[in-house]
Design a protein around this ligand. Structure first.
Ligand code: CMC
Length: 375
């Protein structure tokens, strides 16, 4: 490396303290505010996890009911946001539409510039309630279908699937979606959370934090990987030799999406839950070949590189088996992670200092001025 004292990618740098989550990369363990992800995936609802991330404790029954009431009451999108969704290019990237519409929400929120903790909490609830409606509305509009208005009942997972498909989901589909939302809600100082905290640190406001975070999440090295995984699988012929395909990719030093992680040195604990669901759903939906491919890819990656799957690898086939279009996968990640982003935004605001690292300048200095006609 030309500049060995530069920490490229801020690898291993601890820049914040946080109570929101703990990752043990060696053990493959993840906790949200004191609760193991396995415990949460098996017992919690996504709304309970949102409360946990925002308040650092589990809600009591009446508190959860109150939060659910608020989340249901805030689902409707302002008409101009719906109009934007109706009129934007049908081929636009869904994550880009989600980013723009989330940003627009600020214009129709009287509290947009109120940075008090109370207003930030209310805006966090509002964004969490509205992002699913944005994603579902755009998905329907581009398919030439009517937008389905949100219900004033049911969980976020239930209402999202209802708005997306225009029919009420079964218990099983709701449960799978709910677990997916729980698994994606928070994950330490990942790129989008860092962006969100950096935006907060300038005393900007929370819509900007989440808008910026959406822009960061959609890249294929971060949340965009789930879409990339599915596109990779769908581009293969049904009789493809998947092992040879992966070996070839690795030989060309190309990355295999959905594998590897900056922090985990073993399997991502979220991937274990998703793998189980992916297998079950594949068996139920006649897409067993996809699961078999995934299994083979996992083996080749282990043998050749000793690299394990991350959250994005099996979530891709889970969503696909549920009939969701691949380019919406990252949006589902975002509608969950908004809880983690906003939790971090509020935590940063509580004890803020401007985020302002340094760079090593490696160019020339004090050059003589050359008139334009002589350059
Ligand atoms: N496929 C093939 N090789 C890989 C992969 C992969 N997916 N990931 C890491 N490697 C190799 C990499 O080529 C390098 O090898 P070498 O030392 O021989 O050059 C070594 O492992 C270290 O990789 P790195 O890119 O320096 O590691 P990083 O910590 O900078 O990158 C990562 C982490 C997630 C960006 C990377 O693993 C990656 O690009 N994975 C694919 C994209 C992906 O699945 N992203 C989702 C991340 S998890 C959830 C989320 O945030 O959305």
């Amino acid at each position: 490396d030309k500049y060995p004292h530069i920490n490229r990618g801020l690898d291993g740098i601890i820049a914040f303290s946080s109570t929101k989550s703990a990752i043990d990369g060696e053990k493959g363990e993840l906790n949200y505010a004191g609760y193991n992800i396995d415990t949460l995936a098996e017992n919690a609802s996504f709304e309970e996890v949102a409360f946990l991330l925002w308040n650092d404790r589990l809600p009591k029954a009446d508190e959860l009911e109150e939060l659910n009431k608020q989340l249901r009451a805030e689902r409707d999108l302002p008409e101009p946001v719906l109009e934007y969704i109706r009129t934007t290019d049908k081929n636009a990237e869904p994550m880009s539409v989600l980013r723009t519409a989330t940003s627009m929400l600020a214009d129709f929120d009287d509290e947009a510039t109120d940075n008090s903790p109370e207003a930030n909490m209310r805006k966090s609830i509002r964004m969490t309630a509205r992002m699913p409606a944005i994603i579902a509305a755009f998905s329907r509009v581009r398919d030439g279908k009517e937008i389905v208005a949100p219900l004033k009942e049911g969980s976020i997972a239930y209402d999202f699937l209802y708005m997306l498909n225009g029919e009420r989901p079964g218990e099983k589909a709701e449960k799978v979606m709910d677990i997916c939302l729980i698994l994606h809600a928070e994950h330490g100082m990942n790129a989008s959370t860092f962006v969100c905290r950096a935006i907060c640190s300038t005393e900007s406001e929370i819509y900007s934090g989440v808008t910026g975070a959406c822009g960061s999440l959609k890249g294929p090295l971060h949340g965009g990987a789930n879409t990339a995984v599915m596109n990779m699988l769908l581009n293969l012929d049904k009789d493809a030799d998947v092992e040879a395909f992966i070996r070839e990719r690795l030989a060309e030093r190309k990355k295999v999406m959905g594998f590897g992680h900056r922090v985990y040195r073993t399997i991502d604990p979220r991937a274990k839950h998703l793998q189980k669901m992916s297998k079950q759903l594949a068996e139920e939906t006649d897409t067993v070949y996809l699961y078999e491919w995934s299994d083979k890819i996992q083996q080749v990656m282990k043998d050749e590189k000793n690299i394990d799957p991350n959250v994005d690898f099996f979530s891709a086939t889970v969503y696909y088996s549920m009939g969701i279009k691949p380019d919406l996968f990252t949006c589902i990640f975002a509608m969950s992670r908004v809880t983690g982003w906003t939790a971090h935004f509020m935590e940063q605001a509580e004890n803020n200092r401007l985020i302002r690292p340094r760079q090593l300048y490696v160019g020339e200095k004090n050059q003589p001025w050359t008139p334009i006609e002589k350059r």
